[in-house]
Design a protein. Sequence first.
Length: 285
Amino acid sequence: MTDHTLTHTGNTRLAGVIGWPVSHSLSPRIHGFWLRELGIDGAYVPFPVKPEAVEEAITGLAALGLAGANVTVPHKEAVIPIMDDLDRTARRLGAVNTIVVGDDGRLVGHNSDGYGFLENLKTNAPDWSADLGPAVVLGAGGAARAIVGALIDAGVPEIRLMNRTRSRAESIAEDFGEPVIKVGDWNTLPAYLGDAAVLVNTTSLGMKGQPPLAIDLAQLPPDAVVNDIVYAPLATDLLKTARERGNIVVDGLGMLLHQARFGFTAWFGGEPIVTEALRRFVLER
């Protein structure tokens, strides 16, 4: 990392992350790294905001002179009515993870999760392209919704969406109204892998402290990409198994890092890049 010693001035650009709790967030390390690396007079601060105080906190961003903020759980949906405008992705997903304060004080909500997913996939599996074949997506939470939207926009011909509670996957398919989404049965998951070009786990299964994600990958093509958005642990059992059988694997940390690029540029300027040095720094925590 470039060694910059910065003294904040009256021109310091300010941003932060709002959540409850927020101490777990890696965003201050990510943005702090880029601010120092690029020599930008800026600061990025965690703001623990209780649910009952979220409207007061968000409406105060402009008054405090903040350029914007990231939004994490449990506020991603709650901030929507407070926004003056939403980008297409945030409106479609019903969730905001990045707020940009305009020069006129207007609050614009964005969602960069899908962007982060695709950038991570393209960076670590450069031979993958949307037209190679179906995508199998596991899970039906907010991350799954963002990833399904990104895959649709990229032009994937079919998305096979599976969740342990089938009705939640069906709800996503209904909300998008896209014929490329096919809801499958979790109990027969291996049958959907035969011609898949990419398998994405968006569930918490396999995360530290959670039950394992047990999948028989025997039918998955050897050239398919396997992406697990879990990053604690970084090498999940799913990724270990896939790597052992020769599949290209993509861990979940990159999605977090790439989605942060949009907000950083909007708030601070500059073009941050995701490097191995950044990954090491974030994982040092």
